[in-house]
Design a protein around this ligand. Structure first.
Ligand SMILES: [Zn+2]
Length: 310
């Protein structure tokens, strides 16, 4: 599968002008690095991400547009590789990572993690040179009406690359899987680690069931990152409280077009507009992460509820 994917990438970069020019542009893209409490963050000025960052994800807007993840609407140049008879692996033509894949379900079905979590672990196992990520329907997914994952080459996203440098506080152990809380001032991140797939699935379900669901929404707000490190899976559950920060809507000087998804929460802040790339500070980033994350108090309450269930 890894070879097939590399072949797909090579072919697409040769035959598909849009992908070719966007990956070439990525090589010279402007980035700046910032330090937040000893952790490295990157800001990436990526104009090709404007459609995703500014995507209107209300029901009406979604119904009014053609779904760009349905196979019948893919550009004729875009090719895919089937995965598990349920997904298609595609090259993302608007990359953030040096290798960036989009993995939509073959059916137009809502973006929900409930039925797809195990698939995510399977992806992490089969393409273990990538980190797999999931954006909840109100947590950065630009197609919340079409179930999909994304994958990015390892060694790029700070949360994955520097994972071992983070301190963690143990929460619970459940049948060969451990749950811990990442020590982080701005984000609420729970981490599941195990070498046994079923143990991870069971512990994820325990966490999921203890999380709160906002009225009118179908699942708790979250971004997920999953990858395999040798024989162990690592799953980061980034718990969200808010879709977009206030600065997204703000007028004038205070406006910053930043719409946090897994990648931003994992340490690469995407600014599609140059004015934002230039002015964003580490204080802005700290504020944005804190604003869209579950508060420390609510996270501790959640941990309390999880412990009661184990
Ligand atoms: Zn669709």
């Amino acid at each position: 599968m890894k070879n097939l994917i590399q072949q797909l990438i090579d072919e697409q970069l040769q035959d598909w002008e849009l992908a070719k020019s966007n990956y070439a542009a990525l090589e010279n893209i402007q980035t700046k690095e910032l330090d937040l409490n000893g952790h490295n963050y990157k800001v990436q000025f990526n104009p090709t991400r404007i459609a995703s960052s500014a995507a209107k994800v209300d029901k009406q807007s979604l119904q009014a547009r053609k779904c760009f993840l349905c196979s019948s609407n893919l550009p004729p140049q875009q090719k895919g590789i089937p995965f598990m008879d349920k997904y298609q692996i595609l090259l993302n033509p608007f990359p953030i990572f040096p290798k960036h894949l989009t993995i939509p379900n073959i059916n137009h079905t809502d973006q929900l993690i409930g039925g797809g979590f195990e698939d995510m672990l399977n992806l992490a196992e089969v393409i273990d040179d990538y980190v797999i990520f999931y954006n909840g329907p109100k947590c950065g997914a630009s197609a919340p009406d079409h179930a999909h994952f994304q994958a990015g080459s390892k060694g790029f996203l700070p949360l994955e690359k520097d994972f071992n440098s983070y301190a963690k506080e143990p929460v619970v152990e459940l049948a060969n899987a451990s749950l811990s809380k990442l020590t982080d001032e701005h984000r609420s991140i729970l981490v599941i680690e195990s070498t046994q797939k079923q143990a991870i699935i069971n512990l994820f379900k325990t966490v999921y069931d203890a999380m709160e669901v906002n009225e009118g929404e179908a699942e708790p707000m979250m971004n997920l990152l999953a990858w395999k490190d040798k024989c162990k899976w690592i799953v980061c559950i980034i718990i969200r409280a808010k879709h977009r920060p206030d600065c997204f809507q703000a007028e004038g000087e205070k406006n910053l077009l930043v719409s946090p998804a897994s990648v931003d929460m994992g340490g690469v802040i995407i600014t599609p507009l140059e004015k934002d790339f230039e002015k964003i500070t580490k204080e802005n980033i700290a504020d944005i992460l804190k604003e869209v994350s579950l508060s420390a108090k609510q996270c501790n309450d959640l941990i309390h509820r999880i412990k009661l269930r184990v």
